[in-house]
Ligand binder design. Structure first.
Ligand SMILES: [Fe+2]
Ligand SMILES: [Fe+2]
Length: 306
């Protein structure tokens, strides 16, 4: 099946998923999640106090993770461009593209308000990082609709877990409440895409298997182009906010299980080949993840001794 045929065949599924999404999504308001009374003027126009290091009450890892999560949300115009180009603006697909974009827009607004009002991060550094990150934009590595559907299925779940665990790591009740609210949105996004790809598996199992395998093997978080991402990702992984263990156990495996990838019968040679590659990659990832967790525990034990 061509990508155009698949888009057409999936349209009724998109319409059904939109109905389900509308029924399940709860309206919420960013302003209700922000402790405005904690706010104070900054320097500049209002002549208040500039941000200083001691202002933030959050632990370093939570701060780093909040910045990564927010810059990731900030790049929404690029994501919108990518999915609007692939999924189109017509019919149910177009309705979804608009709805999804509007919901994602709320996340960046809410997190930025929270961080600014509570002085959780340096607002000057944050704004400069936003400029740099958005100016470079985001372009998908994936050329087909199936690959993009597979990517967003994993990515929405990864984002949900990153937000949820960042909230926990913040040790700040208000921050945790806001990020849990955002994580609930990400979960509905994941369901939408995961169900669509499940339908694609019915329509063209071999091509879909290939797309899933290629995406799993090359998956990178959407924020991976943020300046200093490698170091930031290390801090986030060391704190257990997001790491390879979580990526495998809480993102890849549950989604692959929902698609029943290892129970599918009747694949052709190409489909079987893709599935074998996937299994081999998952086994290799399991080894790497286990080694990472072991080394992290050793490092922590050594640090505790010092
Ligand atoms: Fe989001
Ligand atoms: Fe999302």
């Amino acid at each position: 099946m061509t990508q155009t045929q698949l888009l057409h065949e999936l349209e009724p599924v998109v319409a059904g998923e939109l109905d389900r999404h509308h029924a399940m999504a709860k309206e919420w308001f960013p302003h209700e999640y922000i402790p405005w009374s904690e706010g104070r003027d900054f320097d500049g126009v209002y002549g208040g106090e500039a941000w200083q290091d001691g202002d933030s009450k959050l632990p370093e890892a939570a701060r780093v993770s909040l910045i990564v999560n927010l810059l990731t949300e900030d790049n929404l115009p690029s994501y919108h461009h990518e999915i609007a180009t692939t999924f189109g603006r017509d019919g149910a697909w177009g309705t979804w593209v608009g709805r999804w974009t509007a919901e994602e827009g709320r996340h960046g607004v809410a997190i930025r308000d929270y961080l600014t009002v509570t002085r959780a991060v340096d607002p000057v550094a944050l704004e400069r990082a936003r400029m740099t990150h958005m100016e470079s934009g985001f372009a998908t590595e994936y050329g087909t609709m199936l690959e993009q559907l597979a990517y967003v299925s994993f990515q929405e779940l990864a984002t949900r877990i990153a937000h949820r665990n960042t909230g926990r790591a913040s040790g700040d009740e208000g921050c945790e409440r806001l990020l849990a609210r955002i994580a609930a949105d990400e979960n509905l996004h994941m369901l939408f895409y995961r169900n669509l790809l499940k339908a694609a598996f019915e329509l063209d199992p071999n091509q879909t298997m290939r797309a899933v395998t290629d995406v799993v093997k090359t998956f990178q978080m959407p924020g991976s182009s943020i300046e200093g991402f490698t170091r930031k990702a290390m801090i986030i992984a060391n704190e257990g906010i997001y790491d390879l263990r979580l990526h495998l156990d809480d993102v890849l495996m549950p989604v692959l299980k929902q698609w029943s990838v290892f129970d599918k019968t009747g694949l052709d040679a190409g489909g079987e080949q893709a599935r074998e590659e996937l299994a081999a990659f998952l086994a290799k990832t399991e080894t790497t993840a286990a080694r990472f967790v072991e080394r992290r525990a050793e490092r922590k034990a050594r640090a505790a001794q010092r």
